[in-house]
Ligand binder design. Sequence first.
Ligand SMILES: Cc1cc2nc3c(=O)[nH]c(=O)nc-3n(C[C@H](O)[C@H](O)[C@H](O)COP(=O)(O)O)c2cc1C
Length: 358
Amino acid sequence: MSDQISLRKAEHLDLALRMSDEVSGSAGWSDIHLVHQALPSIDADMIDISTMMLGRHLSFPLIIPGMTGGHPGAVEVNRLLASSAEKFGVAIGVGSQRAALEYPELTRSYAIVREEAPTAFVVGNIGISQLISYLDEGLMDRHVETLIEMIGADALAVHLNFLEEVVQPEGQTRARGALNALAAFVEASPVPVIAKETGGGLSVEVARTLRDIGVSMLDVGGRGGTSFAAIEAERSRARGDHRRSELGAALATWGIPTAVSVRACSDVLPTIAVGGVRSGVDAAKSIALGAVAAGVGRPLMQCATQGEDAVLDWLSGFQLQLRSAMFLAGAHQVMDLASTTRVVLGTTGDWFRQLGLS
Ligand SMILES: Cc1cc2nc3c(=O)[nH]c(=O)nc-3n(C[C@H](O)[C@H](O)[C@H](O)COP(=O)(O)O)c2cc1C
């Protein structure tokens, strides 16, 4: 069984690296325009790109969202991403820790993140489906403690990934009791809980429900970036499961575009923009829509497979892009982005109008 989980994690990594954003449709960034301000009042290098997230300082508003752990190849990838997060003063998450809860011999592939990032904001990770079983089995308190201890977690993320589960050959679609289980998890956790989607986006209705049970922060995991429906479709295809493969293809563009989900959720709870964020300019747009920070998954994972220089180079570029966008939009500090003038065009504008978003 530990082999099965490890194999699935390794397959996710491999397939994600080979996929492109096109399969999932647009995240909406190309429809969002920050109105250019031709006469900035301070120098570009005076722009302050630092920010606060859940009471902690980030050198710039970026989180490397939870992606991996639980298989041998994850040690090196997590080591590299974590040491880069530490160097740059940004936040980092680990992939689902379920594998290590069930097979403690896999702990190192997660613990390496805290070893390499002793002062970074580190986020743990577990799936909503697992929480239902933990509550049933009376294991909630003990597992919350282990998740935190394993990586010295500053926050715990719970992924809501039913879009992936419906397509996954071995997917778990039991959802009754999920909200109760999440509420019990929040209750048991001494650190803030972040609810995260993984490609389907969060609606305002779900955001309100999550707020009402005490969730501290949202990671919208919107449509437009890595598509787990497409990844699971590919895994199903390789196993000869045509029905699920076709289901995954049919659902590849399912979900709320990240830009729309950020706008919908950020009035409810502090929100991280994740899903198809590909540059510091996208991140600036997401913050203008209300996000407190942005998360970048696959591009950083791709860099990590090329080595440390590639990750550091990518992060430096992102910083420069964010700073430049702020300079040109007239924002001196990250929080100023929320009050810059913006225009929302095209399909994203239609989503905004039909959902009553401004
Ligand atoms: C290889 C890979 C593995 C992932 N594993 C997890 C996971 O275990 N738990 C989770 O909450 N999200 C997981 N994610 C989702 C990411 O946290 C993020 O939501 C997603 O990659 C969207 O961002 P992107 O479009 O920038 O890649 C994974 C993503 C990738 C690429």
